[in-house]
Write a protein that binds this ligand. Structure first.
Ligand code: OGA
Ligand code: NI
Length: 194
């Protein structure tokens, strides 16, 4: 069978997954906003099916896993990410200054706060640094759904005084790209401190 972008999505379990996590991501964003006292249609208006995306990550086995990351340490540049990882495991996050493994659980999804939610929540929610390490003999897959706004969307803190100046998602992506090209890593939100 020839896999076109269309039937890759419809002939695999990706489509039902994408549909379900898209709804879940919106609900979570709403709940997290409500917890801060903001009943807001902001996420529904700015994060559209055309601006959010699903990424399938494949990590081939690596004989020297301690030297080679599957994915370098980073924070996600979106509002929030919903991740499903298979049973091989390899996702790690920083907690109290230490890298800890996120144990695979077939019954659970991993929810990551992204940079935009950190900015919108005025640092109430923190985008957690994470990475993926490789396995010496096993291939690993994960699927990540990114709740992203349109490039025109302006991210402004929901409370005052604001830690970050307001910025558009386009501006944020451009800054990240610029920093990666210039320094080899993403500087992130600290570029937008007031
Ligand atoms: C990502 C990510 C982790 C993983 O795609 O941004 O952090 O375990 N993935 O694949
Ligand atoms: Ni990530």
């Amino acid at each position: 069978m020839i896999l076109t972008p269309r039937n890759v999505l419809t002939s695999t379990p990706m489509e039902p997954f994408a549909t379900k996590v898209a709804i879940l991501a919106q609900k979570l964003a709403e709940i997290l906003a409500e917890k801060l006292g903001h009943k807001s249609s902001f996420f529904q208006e700015s994060c559209l099916p055309s601006t959010c995306y699903l990424r399938l990550n494949r990590y081939p086995p690596c004989p020297i896993p301690s030297d080679i990351y599957g994915l370098m340490p980073h924070t996600d540049s979106d509002f929030l990410t919903i991740l499903h990882q298979d049973q091989v495991g390899g996702l790690q996050l920083v907690k109290d200054g230490q890298w800890i493994a996120v144990k695979p659980n077939p019954e659970a999804l991993v929810i990551n706060i992204g940079d935009l939610f950190q900015a919108w929540s005025n640092d109430c929610y923190k985008s957690v640094k994470h990475r993926a390490v490789t396995h010496p003999t096993k291939e690993r897959f994960s699927a990540a759904y990114f709740l992203c706004p349109s490039y025109e969307t302006v991210i402004e803190s929901c409370s005052m005084p604001s830690v970050y100046r307001k910025f558009s998602f386009r501006e944020y992506r451009q800054k990240v790209q610029e920093d990666v090209q210039l320094h080899g890593y993403k500087v992130g939100l600290s570029r937008f401190l007031v």
